[in-house]
Ligand binder design. Structure first.
Ligand SMILES: C[S@@+](CC[C@H](N)C(=O)[O-])C[C@H]1O[C@@H](n2cnc3c(N)ncnc32)[C@H](O)[C@@H]1O
Length: 221
């Protein structure tokens, strides 16, 4: 595990390394559950786990708002960010997305999953703030948890779990474009998740969309 101020060992790849680098930001505890199925093929992808919380034993301990001490420019083929941009203060979101642009290789992309504010608002209007909307491995999740973070975890002292901002599809796509991505697509799933993909300038958009679609994530209009 790297420490603040130390060089980032995981990115020192051998020239013959054929696998693509996946930077898994806000990774949480190690395990397949956190990894989208398309990145589980270890013959294709080399996962580098990054989190602010040292107790989840990431490869790199730092905030993805500023990864400059640990993650070189143009070093990742893809960034997977699942349920963590909502943990940032709102003013930090443009900084984090600009960091994603910096660390992605030309042709790279980021895949993001975050709670969908539109779906949460619809649920609140229908059933109120505190009904269990779905069951997670950590227990039942209510709209209040989706807005402000998983309350039982925060009550236990894990304040990294608090949410500080929220997104709609239009807002997230605009933020990706403002951060320097050349193209952004979003999709909503049948639950409460909003997905977004941001493509760098030279990205082969049809090929990436086809790979995502082959793993159950269609971003086609
Ligand atoms: C709800 S968990 C999500 C874990 C995993 N990605 C998943 O989808 O199951 C949020 C994670 O983001 C991490 N996190 C929050 N803010 C962060 C930041 N600024 N930089 C890096 N990690 C952060 C937390 O420590 C926590 O592990």
């Amino acid at each position: 595990m790297s420490q603040p101020g130390m060089p980032s060992v995981p990115f020192n790849t051998a020239p013959q390394e054929p696998r693509r680098v996946l930077l898994h930001v806000g990774c949480g505890p190690k395990g397949n559950r956190q990894l989208n199925p398309m990145y589980r093929d270890t013959s294709q992808w080399r996962e580098i786990r990054l989190d602010l919380d040292p107790t989840v034993k990431p490869d790199i301990v730092c905030s993805f708002v500023d990864m400059r001490a640990h993650v070189p420019d143009a070093s990742a083929d893809a960034i997977w960010s699942s349920h963590n941009i909502e943990h940032l203060f709102d003013h930090e979101v443009p900084l984090a997305l600009a960091e994603f642009v910096r660390v992605l290789k030309p042709g790279g992309y980021t895949l993001i999953r975050t709670p969908d504010l539109n779906a949460i608002v619809e649920a609140i209007v229908k059933n109120g703030l505190e009904f269990p909307a779905y069951m997670s491995p950590a227990g039942p999740i209510t709209p209040l948890d989706m807005l402000y973070g998983h309350r039982p975890s925060i009550a236990r002292g894990n304040t990294f779990m608090a949410h500080h901002t929220t997104f709609t599809d239009i807002r997230l796509a605009n933020l990706l474009m403002q951060a320097g991505f050349a193209e952004a697509r979003t999709r909503k799933d049948s639950g409460f998740d909003l997905w977004a993909v941001g493509f760098t300038e030279d990205a082969d958009v049809p090929a990436i969309l086809a790979e995502l679609e082959a793993h159950g994530l269609s971003f086609r209009e």
